[in-house]
Design a protein around this ligand. Sequence first.
Ligand code: SAH
Length: 391
Amino acid sequence: MPLVLASPRPAGSRPSGGRERPPRHLADLPLAERRAVVAGLGEPPFRASQLSRHFFGRYTDRPEEMSDLPLAAREPLTQALLPRLLTPERELACDGGTTRKTLWRTFDGALVESVLMRYPDRVTMCVSSQAGCGMACPFCATGQAGLTRNLSTAEIVAQVVAGARLLAGGQVPGGPGRVSNVVFMGMGEPLANYASVLAAVRRLTDPVPEGMGISQRSVTVSTVGLVPAITRLAAERLSVTLAVSLHAPDDELRDTLVPVNRRWKVAEVLDAAWGYAATTGRRVSIEYALIRDINDHAWRADLLGSLLASRLAHVNLIPLNPTPGSRWTASLPAVQDEFVARIASHGVPVTVRDTRGQEIDGACGQLAASVAPEDRPGRRVGAARRTLPLA
Ligand code: SAH
């Protein structure tokens, strides 16, 4: 998305803490309600579809790019339904420009990040669902600062549209492309912002002009394990993939690694996950950050394998990404290999995640939305790190 220099509040002002709602945007509303807004402005309702095609199909909110709308109608319609919600504050790239992290400032000064990752066969957008996070997992940078506020549906969708615009414009190495996958693995706990996240999933996956037309099967919602919300999501009968951040197979350790485990135990979380798998037919992804000498013991691999054996599940191991102020590190390669082998020996599919974006603090658990991480004392700036001009 193009840079907008003017923001409604001065930079650095305090976020409102959720007291004010972000401006209404067409991505917050189903198409029928967009029509009503348009009609309220005295315009024919079909203009709602035109506006929606511009946003969801052509990734633009600029009146000057809407040549199918009468000149006089462009400004009032875009002001009413396409306010600019996210202002790029900084963009960092690595992997030859195919991994890009954007720090966004919202209307009230909250900061969130999204990450675009281009692979040979797909482009994944990792989006934030909250500014900050209230789940307080000790190994995750986002959890350290606490929750600022929930994002609105349109604030979530706008992160994906921004990536789609870059790709469509050929601004990501590899030629013009499109966003094929969306993972709710950026900042925040998506199921703690249920209504906005669910509406965002619908907007992302409904066909143009209702939404963006991304396949439901290519959307992953990742959760710490909020059991009632998992059950509720299953009842929506969507085909999105559920990822559960397990990180430990036993309650004693999980109580500390994922503090919400004190409320919903491993057995309850996995029961809810199997319920999701049964209702949707989708294989659940079990996320497990491997932390040296903390959760990487052979007996834990065996326990995990036995819990998941013969279930519709897949284990995604994430070598721990370093976060500021934490002494924890990734497991030794031999220990990781042993962990993988033991899970596999239970007949459970297991992969190790390619942790993209480490050198730009864009990998899992590293999103912390500080305005100037490069100024942090003692940080080594990787050679591949590059600040891009905002365009
Ligand atoms: N709150 C949701 C969404 C965040 S997803 C959730 O927890 O699932 C981010 C994923 O990265 C989660 O699986 C999270 O546990 C994992 N993660 C967090 N910090 C990490 C770190 N330092 N290294 C590797 N993975 C991490």
